[in-house]
Structure formats: structure tokens, C-alpha cells
Design a protein around this ligand. Structure first.
Ligand SMILES: Nc1ncnc2c1ncn2[C@@H]1O[C@H](COP(=O)(O)OP(=O)(O)O)[C@@H](O)[C@H]1O
Ligand SMILES: [Mg+2]
Length: 512
């Protein structure tokens, strides 16, 4: 695109005279705006009396923007292009349409910006239509309660903090505690499911976005994912609409009876962009300098995640928004807002992460308010007491540090807890299928894993997963059926016994 040429009065006059000469007489009303001020990606425009909020406008120089705030005389227009200069005095015309994004099957596998402009290759986007980025959330009567599980393949989530399709679960924690990794694991796991994934990157470094896309391309099924990116350096307007655009793209599938998962990485950056735009458009700042409507912005966004009623096709849209905390401070403004908007939160703890307990899920602070109802029955049965036992163990462990616990019952509890902890630790991109999760927890409950020391549980799990290739095609259907579970439990028993025998690791560590 071209830059606006320097202003040439004579040429302008000549041009206008030519226009006048050819002008057919007649009256026509046109709403033409004029840029009064321009700074930091926001233009103050006068003369657009009837313009509506979120309406797209076009600048004479080719740039586009949308109306973000309305005042009596001036409207604030947020620019959507980084590379086209806008100058004061430039004319502005209404597009008479709100901000829209292309949607459809053709987006799958593509990397796009929040306006649907391709970023991966030159090939234009094949799309089935457009949807406004701001859409109303489904009403209560249009919804059904969350009833199917969204399997992430991560034991700490699926067993302890199960997520249901249509749920909103916040992933929150300090920098570099594995938030993005956990969300990507969930996306990669959908390789074996019917769930469409939309990954929205807001305000992230370009290299981090590259890496995330690369992970999905390499280990997941990129042909069922859409990547919407607005990296840290892009126009604030683009970053602002990114989550909304992502939701519209995902809703296209939800509204056709399909299942979708949206990850927004992250809403803290989005809140910062919202604050930046609000300060530029002179909205009064409130707590932590955020404008008062930040809660409403995120609430109306996340409210669009839903499990639809059967009459509407029964589709679902699950949301995993990510939020970053500062020194684990969950009571800062944005974290508390998001925690109260969502149906639960997975809290990632920096200390656990440093202690190599990864994923660093804080069992005490995390919660999933609706997913338990959607958890497969067999998994719920074995996982039921897990969280309680583990929490109790964590308390006990602190006392155990002060001196040897002589009570054998307590010692057994600690031995069991150590094994739970070892099982909950899981490397990245190492998804466990539901039947494997059930079998592992069953084996744990039956004491079959007491044969091997906790450190060796990783290799037990590794060998269990390695069996999968051999079993391929045999029993893929009856995933959570009794026979399949029993068969897996038996396999775990054999693996554990074999390890205890061959590697000389007896049951000296085991519970008495
Ligand atoms: N389960 C895990 N096991 C091992 N390493 C992990 C795990 N989860 C995350 N990591 C590593 O931790 C680092 C930070 O993770 P990342 O997801 O980028 O954190 P955040 O998004 O919270 O900033 C990455 O290098 C990642 O590979
Ligand atoms: Mg991250």
C-alpha cells in the first residue's frame, strides 16, 4: 500500500475544479468525517454524526479503522493498519458495517490476522461468509448444560479438574509456568477428537507465536485448527479485536452442531490494550488505571462460550482463556475479574514449576465448577478421592519434614501421596487417553504401583503409552469400557512387576 503523497494545493485545486465542471446538479447528503487529531493508533474524527459504535470507517489514504468511542462532537477511531499513515485533515467515510471477520471451513489450517488477512501464505482465504466480531452470547433457553468431556490428555486436568465442552476455564499463573504449554497440549490432544481448535495470540512475541503454531503443526492436527494472531507489535486495534474475532470464527462451527475449543493467549495483554485505547480515547481510568468497562468487555466475550441446546444443533464452544499474574498475585484486578467470569481456574504455580512438578497445577487453588458432571463415569469413580488424598498428603508432608513419622498409617499415606504426585507430573505433548488415565489411577488405588519407587512411575507410564502402537486398531472403540480398563490395569501390573524384578528396585519404598 502507498503512503499519502505530500499535499499539493495547486493539484488539489485543479482536481476540485475538474470535479466541479463535471458535477451533475442535484442534492445528495453524505456523511463525511475529518481527522482532527491522530496519535498512537487512535484518530479523533469530527463530522460523523450518525456513526455507530464498532462501525468500520475508511480513510482517504486507504487506512481502515473502527469506531471505539462516541463523544458529542468527536468520535475515536482505532486504526487497524500499521503500515498506512493517517494525517490530520484527511477525510473519513463510513463503511456502514461493523467490524467483521471471514468464517468457514476454508480457515482451517490457516494463520490469519484478526481481520482475516492471511499471514501464512499468499493464497487468499476461502471462506463461507462473514460474521461481525461482536456477537450476542446465546441466551439461557438456547443453552444446554455441559455434559460431554473435553479431553486434554493431561491427567492433572482430566482427572482432577475435568473440563466439559462449553465450559470456560481460566489458565492463570506467572510468566513461564507452563500456561501456554498446557493450552497447546489441550489443542494437540484434539488430534484424536472431533473438536475444532482456534488459537488466538494477543500481544505475544512473534517468536512465541511461531513456536506455538509449530508445536500444533508438528504434533497436532493443524488442518482442524485456525490461528488468529496479533503479535505484540501490531496495531492496538488489531490486538483489541483478536479475541472477539477468534470467538466469531469458532462460533461458526459451534452454530453448526460441531464442537470447538478456543484458547486466548492471553487476556492480560488484551486488558492492557483495552486500557491503552481507553486512555487514548480519554475514558476515565478506574482501578489500576483500567477503564470501568473492562469487566464487561471480558464477560461479554467469554459468555459466548456455550453448550447449545439440542434444538440448535447441540454444538459447543469451550474457552480456555489465559491470564498472567505478577508474583502469583491472584487478587489483582484483572485476575479477580477473570476468575469471577469463568467456570473455574487452573492455577499454575511458579514454585511447583521450579521444583520440576510440571504441569505446575496448584491443586489447592485450582477448581473446575462444571466439568465434573461431564467427566466419564469410570474416571470420576477412580479420581473422586484423588484430590482429597493428595491435598491431605501435602499437609502431612509438611509435618513429616519436622521428624520421622512413626505411625505406619501416615507413612502409607505419604507413600501413596508421593506416587500421586509422580503420576500428576507429565511431560509436554505426552497425552494420555482416557482409558490409560483410568487404568493408572485404578492401579494406584489397588496398590499395584507400590512395587516401583515413585521416580520410576514416569517410565511405567512411558511403557504403557508405548504399548499403544501395538494395540492400534484392536480396541479403539470401547475406550472407557470395563474390558479395556481391566486389560490396561493388567498391563500396568505386568510392567510394574517387570520393572521391579529386572531393575532391582524392590518394594523397600513401598507402603507396609
Ligand atoms: N509439562 C511440562 N514439562 C516440561 N516442561 C514444560 C512443561 N510445561 C511447560 N514446560 C516448559 O516451560 C517453559 C515455559 O512454558 P510456557 O508454556 O511458555 O509458559 P507461560 O505460557 O506460562 O509463559 C517452556 O520452555 C516449556 O517447554
Ligand atoms: Mg505463554
Amino acid at each position: 500500500m502507498q503512503k499519502q503523497p505530500p499535499f499539493d494545493l495547486d493539484a488539489w485545486l485543479a482536481d476540485k475544479r475538474a470535479t466541479l465542471a463535471t458535477l451533475a446538479p442535484g442534492a445528495r447528503a453524505e456523511n463525511l468525517g475529518r481527522v482532527e487529531r491522530i496519535a498512537d493508533g487512535v484518530a479523533q474524527v469530527s463530522g460523523l454524526a450518525d456513526v455507530t459504535l464498532n462501525e468500520m470507517v475508511a480513510f482517504a489514504g486507504g487506512a481502515t479503522g473502527f469506531v471505539h468511542a462516541l463523544d458529542r462532537d468527536l468520535v475515536s477511531v482505532v486504526l487497524l493498519d500499521d503500515d498506512i499513515a493517517v494525517v490530520a485533515g484527511e477525510t473519513v467515510t463510513r463503511r456502514r458495517a461493523v467490524v467483521q471477520v471471514p468464517v468457514g471451513e476454508g480457515l482451517l489450517g490457516r494463520v490469519i490476522d484478526p481481520l482475516g488477512r492471511p499471514l501464512d501464505r499468499d493464497e487468499p482465504l476461502a471462506h463461507d461468509g462473514w460474521l461481525p466480531v461482536e456477537r450476542a452470547a446465546p441466551a439461557i433457553v438456547e443453552r444446554a448444560s455441559v455434559s460431554e468431556p473435553l479431553e486434554t490428555g493431561v491427567l492433572a486436568i482430566d482427572a482432577v479438574f475435568a473440563i466439559g465442552r462449553g465450559q470456560r476455564e481460566l489458565i492463570i499463573g506467572d510468566r513461564a509456568t507452563g500456561k501456554t504449554s498446557l493450552a497447546l497440549d489441550a489443542i494437540v490432544s484434539q488430534k484424536d477428537s472431533d473438536v475444532i481448535c482456534v488459537y488466538v495470540a494477543v500481544g505475544q512475541r512473534s517468536t512465541a507465536i511461531e513456536r506455538a503454531i509449530d508445536v500444533v503443526r508438528r504434533y497436532g492436527d493443524p488442518s482442524r485448527c485456525v490461528f488468529v494472531t496479533a503479535a505484540a507489535g501490531t496495531a492496538p486495534g488489531l490486538q483489541w479485536i483478536a479475541p472477539f474475532a477468534g470467538f466469531s470464527i469458532a462460533e461458526y462451527f459451534r452454530d453448526r452442531g460441531r464442537h470447538a475449543l478456543i484458547v486466548i493467549d492471553d487476556l492480560t495483554k488484551h486488558a492492557a490494550t483495552h486500557r491503552e485505547l481507553a486512555l487514548l480515547t480519554q475514558e476515565p481510568p478506574g482501578r489500576e488505571a483500567y477503564p470501568g468497562d473492562i469487566f464487561y468487555v471480558h464477560a461479554r466475550l467469554l459468555e459466548r462460550a456455550a453448550k447449545l441446546a439440542p434444538a440448535l444443533g447441540g454444538g459447543s464452544l469451550t474457552a480456555l482463556p489465559i491470564a498472567e499474574t505478577d508474583a502469583g498475585n491472584l487478587s489483582a484486578y484483572i485476575p479477580t475479574n477473570l476468575i469471577s467470569i469463568t467456570d473455574g481456574q487452573i492455577v499454575m504455580d511458579a514454585r511447583l514449576f521450579a521444583a520440576n512438578q510440571r504441569p505446575a497445577v496448584d491443586i489447592g487453588l485450582s477448581v473446575s465448577r462444571v466439568g465434573g458432571k461431564a467427566q466419564p463415569r469410570a474416571l470420576r469413580d477412580v479420581a473422586g478421592r484423588l484430590r482429597f488424598d493428595y491435598a491431605q498428603f501435602l499437609e502431612l508432608e509438611i509435618f513429616a519434614r519436622f521428624g520421622a513419622l512413626t505411625d505406619t498409617r501416615l507413612a502409607a499415606q505419604i507413600a501413596r501421596g508421593t506416587r500421586i504426585r509422580a503420576l500428576l507430573a507429565q511431560p509436554r505433548l505426552f497425552a494420555l487417553r482416557t482409558v490409560e488415565q483410568i487404568a493408572l489411577l485404578t492401579a494406584l488405588a489397588q496398590g499395584l504401583l507400590d512395587m516401583v519407587p515413585p521416580e520410576a512411575l514416569t517410565s511405567v507410564r512411558m511403557r504403557l503409552v508405548a504399548r499403544r502402537a501395538a494395540l492400534q486398531g484392536q480396541e479403539m472403540s470401547g475406550d472407557a469400557e470395563k474390558g479395556a480398563i481391566a486389560e490396561h490395569v493388567e498391563a500396568i501390573r505386568q510392567i510394574a512387576a517387570q520393572m521391579a524384578a529386572t531393575e532391582g528396585i524392590g518394594d523397600q519404598e513401598a507402603a507396609p
